[in-house]
Write a protein that binds this ligand. Structure first.
Ligand SMILES: Nc1ncnc2c1ncn2[C@@H]1O[C@H](COP(=O)(O)OP(=O)(O)OP(=O)(O)O)[C@@H](O)[C@H]1O
Ligand SMILES: [Mg+2]
Length: 375
């Protein structure tokens, strides 16, 4: 490989611009742009059917975009005039149905895509198997391996040609949770050590947050938000983006003089005209609960607003936390709070709820003003 120019001047390892794909007149991918640096993991995250796999297939070259460009290390692999075939793109693939070749042993599977002298290939196979902890299985056949072991071999096979870009489509979904965590972490370590740019498709937010340097949240063929997991989780662009990562509570209100009055006190809603319907969204783990003191609750605070009373309708023990559902006195609505599992209140218990102001998101209701409000 030629020496790369200074990191700041180097083009991204993978750069996708305005990728479009239509099937039978329906736009399934509607202008997706992504930029992934060497050693970085970007997760395409979104509900079933939003266009994740289609995007990945176009990058891999097994499907042809209707428009857009794809560059690897600055050189086009797809645009109006260039279409590099999949096998020449330097892109590794690991898909959910990763099927190993049943008639080849583990070493044979890993060696499959390699070129060059035998001794070199053997050395690469050995090194890759060691990386995924599968050296002692080299002479076994796929049917003699567990699902997780097969997946590790598939990973070694995908990495053996040292692809500069790796595309992974729900590669861990067939594994049970414990095994999946281990294999995910191992995989990530191997890819980062190799400086590979990774695009990983998943519909599981927990997986995306665990693996990604950057999440591209997709909906209806478009990326609706893109950023570090922390930012996407803590500053969602809209209610759906918030709700994709956890259960949410939604309180409705109407703007009056840049404020919205609710049972939990006033919320600042600057920049929205009077009469705008807003939704105040908060995750269950950011509701605080307090005891009922003969019909009274704690005093209002700037950080938590006014407490509102509700009666426990259901409480479930979830291990490290409890999920408690309340029917609220003010309007009979149901709110959910996630609290440490030392609390498991009985149904019928009255309690007071507070909303941490710094954890609330305020969005105008669709069809109204369409710019997001500040908190
Ligand atoms: N070859 C095709 N012909 C027609 N429609 C297609 C084709 N491939 C995909 N689609 C449609 O495009 C949409 C997006 O499909 P895609 O496989 O990209 O979704 P996805 O985000 O990967 O979903 P999942 O999480 O379920 O895998 C779907 O509605 C799908 O039915
Ligand atoms: Mg898919």
């Amino acid at each position: 490989m030629p020496p790369s120019p200074a990191a700041s001047a180097a083009p991204p390892r993978l750069e996708v611009r305005d990728l479009v794909r239509r099937f039978g007149g329906r736009e399934v991918v509607g202008g997706v742009s992504l930029s992934v640096e060497a050693g970085q993991v970007t997760c395409l995250l979104g509900p079933s059917g939003c266009g994740k796999s289609t995007t990945l297939r176009m990058i891999a070259g097994v499907d042809t975009p209707d428009a857009g460009t794809i560059r690897a290390d600055g050189a086009p692999v797809f645009d109006e005039t260039v279409q590099v075939p999949p096998e020449s793109r330097g892109i590794g693939l690991m898909f959910q149905d990763f099927a190993l070749f049943p008639h080849l042993d583990v070493a044979g599977n890993v060696a499959f895509g390699l070129k060059g002298p035998r001794a070199d290939r053997d050395r690469i196979v050995e090194a890759q198997l060691a990386k995924v902890g599968m050296s002692r299985f080299a002479r076994k056949y796929p049917h003699e391996l567990s699902g997780g072991e097969q997946q590790r071999v598939a990973l070694a096979r995908a990495l053996a040609p040292r692809p500069r870009i790796m595309l992974m489509d729900e590669p861990f979904s067939g594994l049970d949770e414990r095994l999946r965590d281990d294999i995910r972490d191992e995989t990530l370590a191997v890819l980062q050590a190799e400086g590979t740019a990774v695009v990983l498709v998943t519909h599981e937010p927990a997986e995306a947050m665990r693996m990604a340097d950057e999440i591209a949240l997709m909906r209806g063929g478009r990326i609706v938000q893109q950023g570090a997991p922390y930012n996407i989780y803590n500053a969602p662009v809209d209610r759906e983006a918030a709700a994709f990562f956890s259960d949410v509570n939604v309180i409705r209100g109407q703007v009056r003089g840049a404020l919205t009055e609710t049972a939990f006190g006033q919320f600042l809603t600057p920049g929205l005209p009077d009469g705008t319907e807003v939704e105040i969204v908060i995750r269950p783990q950011h509701l605080k609960i307090d005891f009922d003191r003969a019909g009274r609750g704690p005093l209002p605070t700037a950080a938590e607003g006014t407490p509102a009373r509700g009666v426990v309708t259901r409480a479930r023990f979830m291990g490290s936390e409890s999920l408690v559902e309340f029917r609220m006195d003010f309007d009979g609505s149901v709110l959910k709070a996630q609290v440490p599992s030392v609390f498991l209140p009985r149904p019928g218990t009255p309690l007071w709820l507070m909303m941490r102001r710094d954890r609330c998101f305020v969005f105008p209701v669709r069809g109204g003003a369409d710019q997001p409000a500040a908190r």
